[in-house]
Design a protein around this ligand. Structure first.
Ligand SMILES: Cc1cc2nc3c(=O)[nH]c(=O)nc-3n(C[C@H](O)[C@H](O)[C@H](O)COP(=O)(O)OP(=O)(O)OC[C@H]3O[C@@H](n4cnc5c(N)ncnc54)[C@H](O)[C@@H]3O)c2cc1C
Length: 488
């Protein structure tokens, strides 16, 4: 029987499958072929793509239908996001406006705030941005210095926000600032606010088609009704949006991984050396076995967490406090899928590039872009180091593991818990769908040395049973499919 605890991607059927197909078609037909123009920031192209996605209902999938969204589950929204993430620059633009910009409003907004701001975002008519980071406060987000001074029936905001995705195109900025320099709070700041300036674009190594810029606020006045939630409770808005954001970033990171496996498989089948196609070499097959297994592990855990999150929301009755508790309930698992999926993405795109040989190192082939774009996944929505500390801290607080003094031990303990969760998700799925069992074996093999290392860091015992999967056959089967082992 399917329950949230053993939900697998194969359970997206019927209308859900049709919606996923719509997202995938848009991604493959409208976005992927324009990768070059997107990277060159062709004027008007990105906002147009967002508008077109909105016209298909794709910009507010899990936003309530009363506010212009489709009112679908977070899990379905995440699967659709994966399909819309085959191109990294589009993915981050879309992900911020359809996700983190709307989550805070949906969870904490008053009816009037939701009615004012959500419909245009959910329909892709407006673009949102999320402003937490500052030049001197990244990981240590609560040390932000942007101030909100109560004045004239509203607030006057002053400070600099750094790395703001969508800054160039955003119509509304969700800004974190401290009231009187003390009470961390969240504010909705329209683009045309006097005193708000979007600075020049950052010159980035990847995601060149996305917009990332500083936003400076200089006595930028907004009315009191633009305060989201309560003064001093902005951390609830920021961090609960981030919990869901991390879950969604996991989906955003396996989208490019899916694409990398597809294009590398195509290349390996066509490229000949020593009179044979690359696809026939054992070491190339092994790479595909590992790529498929990492993808499988991430995918199995992400959509299981998504089903659990939806289950938590179904129980709350939609009150602000209930929403906060639901977004919080699986915060540990959200961090786990963020860390595992972004690291799986890195390994997959790296090996995919290797399959291309020297051609992978040129801009003539799409894999170089995928490789560059993937690097930031381990940095934003909380770096993977910060997420590891968060996992360990939370597990210790819940009494699920000891409190370790040293960061190295905390990270190792977080890794053990994370790998267990990923393996459990993969095992549950492969038990339901036995043809996936070989991938579970490869995944167990990949994670075994990492678990031994983590165990030895915290001086536990390192006994692991090693399966002996037939990696050549599994890799060959992946090549045959030309895609990750998803669906059956
Ligand atoms: C392309 C891009 C888009 C972004 N978009 C947004 C956005 O839309 N909105 C937004 O608010 N922010 C955004 N960010 C910012 C992003 O969230 C931050 O870069 C991230 O949180 C890390 O902060 P930092 O860059 O200041 O690094 P730092 O916090 O300075 O960290 C540097 C290194 O030190 C490590 N480190 C820090 N503290 C600790 C510790 N206690 N223990 C161990 N290691 C530690 C980190 O893991 C990292 O490896 C974006 C960043 C990029 C690159």
């Amino acid at each position: 029987m399917t329950t949230p605890s053993n939900f697998a991607p194969e359970d997206f059927i019927g209308d859900d499958a049709l919606m996923i197909e719509t997202a995938e078609r848009f991604s493959r037909e409208e976005v992927v072929p324009r990768a070059e123009a997107i990277d060159h920031q062709e004027p008007g192209l990105m906002p147009r793509l967002i508008r077109e996605a909105g016209q298909l209902g794709l910009c507010g999938i899990d936003t309530a239908d009363a506010y212009g969204g489709l009112g679908q589950s977070k899990n379905l929204a995440a699967r659709m996001l994966e399909m819309l993430s085959l191109n990294g620059s589009f993915s981050v633009t879309y992900g911020i406006t359809s996700g983190i910009s709307q989550v805070g409003l949906s969870l904490f907004g008053t009816d009037a705030q939701k009615a004012q701001w959500l419909p245009k975002l959910a329909m892709g008519e407006q673009i949102g941005a999320y402003c937490l980071s500052e030049p001197n406060s990244g990981s240590d987000a609560l040390s932000a210095t942007t101030k909100a001074i109560p004045t004239n029936g509203g607030y006057s905001l002053t400070g600099t926000k750094m790395w703001i995705s969508n800054a160039q195109w955003a119509d509304v900025f969700l800004v974190m600032a401290k009231v009187d320099g003390e009470k961390f709070s969240a504010f909705l700041v329209p683009r045309n606010t006097e005193g708000l300036t979007v600075e020049r674009e950052e010159y980035k190594m990847g995601l060149k088609g996305s917009s990332t810029a500083r936003v400076t606020l200089n006595d930028a006045w907004i009315p009191a009704e633009n305060l989201l939630h309560e003064e001093g409770k902005g951390h609830q808005v920021a961090f609960n949006a981030l919990n869901i954001g991390r879950f969604k970033l996991a989906s955003m990171s396996i989208g490019p991984a899916r694409y990398a496996i597809e294009i590398a498989a195509e290349y390996a089948k066509n490229r000949k050396q020593f009179g044979q196609s690359l696809a026939s070499f054992g070491m190339i097959q092994e790479k595909f076995a590992r790529m498929a297994a990492l993808f499988f592990g991430a995918e199995s855990a992400i959509y299981r967490v998504g089903a659990l999150i939806d289950d938590a929301f179904a129980e709350t009755g939609g009150t602000v406090d209930g929403n906060r508790k639901a977004a919080e309930k699986y915060a540990i698992q959200c961090a786990m899928v963020k860390v595992f999926s972004t690291e799986a993405e890195s390994e997959i795109v790296d090996e995919a590039l290797q399959v291309y040989g020297g051609y992978g190192f040129t801009e003539e082939f799409p894999i170089a872009r995928v490789y560059r774009d993937a690097r930031v996944s381990r940095i934003y929505e909380g770096t993977n180091e910060i997420n590891r500390l968060f996992i360990a801290g939370r597990l210790a607080k819940e009494g699920a593991m000891p409190t370790f003094e040293r960061q190295i031990e905390q990270a190792a303990a977080a890794d053990l818990a994370m790998y267990d969760f990923i393996l459990e998700s993969a095992r549950l799925r492969s038990e339901r769908f036995p043809s996936l069992a070989p991938l579970y074996e490869v995944l167990t093999e990949i994670l075994a040395p990492k678990r031994i290392l983590a165990n030895s860091r915290i001086k536990g015992d390192g006994d692991i049973d090693f399966p002996e999967p037939d990696v050549e056959a599994i890799g060959a089967a992946t090549l045959e499919r030309g895609r990750p082992w998803t669906g059956l």
